[in-house]
Write a protein that binds this ligand. Sequence first.
Ligand code: 13P
Length: 246
Amino acid sequence: MSHACKLAAGNWKMNGLRANLDEARALAAAFPDPKCGILLCPPATLLATMRDALSGTAVMVGGQDCHAQSSGAHTGDISAGMLADAGARQVILGHSERRADHAETSAQVAAKASAAHAAGLVAIICIGETEAERDAGKTLDVVLSQLADSLPEGATSANTVIAYEPVWAIGTGRTPTIEQIAEVHDALRAALPDAGISLLYGGSVKPANAAEIFAITNVNGALVGGASLKAVDFGAIIAALEGAPD
Ligand code: 13P
């Protein structure tokens, strides 16, 4: 049992136009006084408008990536300060899709997390093994070294969340067993410097499997992709988290 805060975070990835803000509004209306943190991370183009649409509600907004520098000649990139200025409270960093699509290293993720902290953002740092790494028995080695290399100096429960997302479970409808999730989360909890850092599970979390995942010790919430796009689905996952043991 840890003292980490519960968090349901939705990662919209490269999905979402202004018309989809109705889903964010519906979600906020369903949870006027939630018993856990609720976060939506839309594409950067929607961040400020979503923040305005959710003004006065309990739902926070966050970014999906930031640059390690605060400003400069980096065409197409976005700084942590810009995310904060647009209303973000958090930023997802080191998602496996960015590690794969943009060859991001854990050292770069740590630098981005430091930039996020300097801008007052909570860094949600993602780690997770590929299917080949799991099959080779390397899961714990991989996630613990990603954790060690991606965590910046000064990471605390106030500024950092860790998301364990097995790459093979993302968008596939496949999830690890309860025992496999517990094994990784227990190892991460033991390795973390601050017992209050929230540990999220991510990868094919749905209304149908959320409650059993949230019942696992050391799972403090979820990072949800596809099921976060619809208020009714994400709402069911949030309700499961609200009802989970602390
Ligand atoms: P899915 O929930 O669509 O599997 O995505 C998980 C994820 O990558 C969240 O960051």
